[in-house]
Design a protein around this ligand. Structure first.
Ligand SMILES: [Zn+2]
Ligand SMILES: [Zn+2]
Length: 306
């Protein structure tokens, strides 16, 4: 019983399961994941207010940016540089998105790029849509971090801490939203909000939307859309996904040139994460942003997007 709960809070035990190499779903471990989805049903109890919807959207956008710009473009691909403080800050914000810690996230993602849609790819839709969307990370073996791919990130003790105790960050975040709701209910009763409402809209609904849209990059962005570049995988460019993921929908561009900080390569390929990073670069918060490689792109281009 002790082990049952402690696995939710301390990931250090997961490495053993990597060795077990089991495709089984870890049903005890994923209870919090199921509970987050069910908690959204409390929306019928707490009701709606415009301020709750606004906080839900803000909570989505800020955390999506932390995932796409930092967990993906920075931690996984090193497409720009930043200070240790900004690195730590976005590691924490990203952890509140409840997609595990930055080291685990980057390790699986680097592995994906090496084996994309091949036999060893952890989340290829060639093995089924639901497998690529979410089943892969519910499996016992994938709770572990593929350590050999992330030696550079494991050098930072603060990142190791976030990875080991990643569940702490969503709990603190959700508690903060609950307290914000409680404060707003007392100080601005005209807004019609409540502690429960902020918790359900700001954390639970926002997190479920954020999670599934992120998962769509592993599932739908390898199925639906157009291909501009000849890559070894099935990656696609998809406008709708690019809007909701702040630029990650240009997934075929990305698989062609994973080191580029920019994923939208033309003016109409909207890439909000890149625009925000551009502003952060002007403010001196990030630097050494890697541009797309024109020789590589010209070599692999199979259709004109201008
Ligand atoms: Zn991919
Ligand atoms: Zn990538």
């Amino acid at each position: 019983m002790k082990n049952f709960f402690s696995k939710w809070f301390d990931n250090s035990q997961s490495q053993v399961e990597l060795l077990a190499d089991s495709d089984d779903i870890d049903w005890t471990r994923i209870i919090p994941f199921i509970a987050i989805h069910l908690a959204c049903l409390f929306v019928f109890y707490v009701g709606f207010s415009w301020v709750a919807l606004l906080v839900c959207v803000l909570s989505y956008v800020i955390r999506m940016f932390a995932i796409t710009a930092f967990y993906h473009r920075y931690f996984s691909h090193k497409s720009f540089k930043t200070s240790r403080i900004v690195q730590g800050l976005f590691a924490v914000i990203g952890a509140t998105a409840t997609q595990r810690g930055p080291i685990w996230w980057a390790a699986h993602h680097r592995h994906h790029h090496i084996h994309a849609d091949g036999e060893k790819d952890t989340h290829s839709p060639r093995n089924g849509f639901w497998h690529s969307h979410l089943k892969w990370f519910l499996m016992k073996k994938n709770f572990a971090t593929k350590s050999q791919y992330v030696k550079d990130l494991e050098k930072f003790p603060e990142l190791r801490f976030i990875d080991r105790f990643d569940i702490l960050f969503p709990i603190i975040y959700a508690t903060g939203l609950f307290m914000l709701g409680s404060y707003l209910a007392k100080s601005h009763p005209e807004l019609g909000s409540s502690a429960g409402q902020m918790l359900i809209w700001g954390y639970f609904i926002s997190t479920v939307l954020l999670s599934h849209i992120t998962y769509c990059i592993n599932s739908l962005a390898h199925i639906f859309g157009f291909r501009t570049y000849e890559t070894q995988d099935d990656s696609r460019n998809n406008f709708i996904l690019a809007i909701f993921t702040l630029g990650e929908g240009w997934h075929n561009n990305h698989h062609c040139n994973p080191g580029s900080v920019k994923q939208g390569f033309t003016w109409w390929q909207l890439d909000f994460s890149y625009y925000i990073l551009w502003v952060m670069n002007k403010l001196g918060l990030v630097w050494d942003m890697k541009a797309p490689n024109p020789t590589l792109l010209a070599k692999k281009q199979i259709r004109a997007d201008s």
